[in-house]
Design a protein around this ligand. Structure first.
Ligand SMILES: Cc1cc2nc3c(=O)[nH]c(=O)nc-3n(C[C@H](O)[C@H](O)[C@H](O)COP(=O)(O)OP(=O)(O)OC[C@H]3O[C@@H](n4cnc5c(N)ncnc54)[C@H](O)[C@@H]3O)c2cc1C
Ligand code: FES
Length: 290
């Protein structure tokens, strides 16, 4: 897949919720070959060295005919804060499309579950758009989105997806919308009571959420892909900083690594050694190890 660097013009910048922004970028060289689940490295500062590096963001929406993409970002530090201060009309250096995206379903017959935690809706929205325009155009009711957030105000794009016919189940930490509790509880409740399993499951969210999804799919015959995160300096396989401990079925006792920027960010969770993840993750784990 060709990787391109270009100066992308910021056409719009919207505050979607407290600390969550959506940027619309004109990137006509990158967008045509981009796929849901892939990402861009955005250089956040045009002058000075802070922050030195570019920051990775998933494609939230792709508008290929217009050469536009949208990214959804949560402000967590200097880089994301600087990006939200960029005004429409200014440009940012962007490299992409990067990494491996989602494998989309092949038929409308497939029942698809998507599990989104917070800002994890970003790559899943691009995938939903794709399925709604292709395989599931006439069967949006076979797309089941489990969407969890801290509170109602952080449920981005929920109404648009409901209008498109996607079956949505919402959960919030504070109970201000949907069920109070975790998104995984809501998903488990529905599918553990069902005689039939979904054909595919896609997930993106916090690390604890992803670990618990990985635990839940054990022994279940479902195709699963997750968009994973790791600290990224280069985004193109040069620094090796994004390595995650992996399982190699051919040599289970040999140390193996997958690089999120090139082998992922979309990966089969069965390939990750979740119990060895703690030392390499950006944020510490707060759950009991598998
Ligand atoms: C492939 C990929 C896709 C991503 N897509 C999105 C997206 O669509 N929307 C979005 O809001 N964010 C996304 N992220 C996370 C985003 O890149 C980070 O939040 C951002 O780089 C933080 O930059 P900063 O300068 O604001 O924070 P920093 O000042 O660098 O860090 C602030 C805090 O955030 C933590 N942090 C930084 N980067 C990461 C990371 N990659 N994973 C976990 N914790 C991190 C740091 O440890 C620190 O605690 C993605 C990350 C990856 C790897
Ligand atoms: S971020 Fe540099 S190798 Fe993956």
């Amino acid at each position: 897949m060709p990787r391109v660097q270009e100066k992308a013009k910021i056409l719009e910048s919207h505050r979607e919720a407290e600390g969550i922004y959506r940027l619309v970028l004109y990137a006509p060289k990158i967008v045509p070959t981009a796929r849901p689940g892939q990402f861009v490295m955005v250089r956040v500062a045009s002058e000075g060295a802070d922050p030195l590096l570019a920051r990775p963001f998933s494609f939230y929406r792709l508008h290929k005919d217009d050469g536009l993409c949208e990214i959804l970002l949560r402000v967590v530090g200097t880089g994301t804060r600087l990006l939200t201060r960029r005004t429409p009309g200014s440009s940012v250096d962007v490299v992409g499309p990067l990494g491996r995206g989602f494998t989309a379903p092949t038929s409308s017959e497939e029942t698809v579950v998507l599990v989104a935690g917070g800002i994890g809706i970003a790559p899943l929205r691009a995938l939903l758009d794709h399925m709604l325009a292709t395989t599931h155009k006439n069967h949006p009711e076979r797309l089941h989105l489990y969407y969890g957030a801290r509170s109602a105000g952080e449920l981005i794009a929920l109404h648009a997806l409901q209008r498109a016919g996607v079956v949505t189940v919402v959960s919030t930490d504070d109970g201000s919308a949907g069920e109070a509790g975790t998104v995984l509880d809501a998903m488990r409740k529905r599918w553990e009571a069902s005689a039939q399993m979904p054909n595919r499951l896609y997930a993106c969210g916090s690390l604890p959420m992803q670990v618990n999804v990985a635990r839940w799919i054990r022994g279940r015959n479902i195709l699963v892909e997750m968009s994973l995160e790791s600290m990224m300096a280069c985004g193109i396989g040069a620094c090796l900083g994004c390595a995650l401990p992996a399982v190699d079925p051919e040599a289970p006792h040999e140390p193996r690594y997958l690089h999120v920027c090139q082998d992922g960010p979309v990966l089969d969770p069965r390939r990750i050694q979740w119990d060895k993840l703690q030392p390499v993750m950006a944020r510490p784990l707060t759950f009991t190890s598998l």
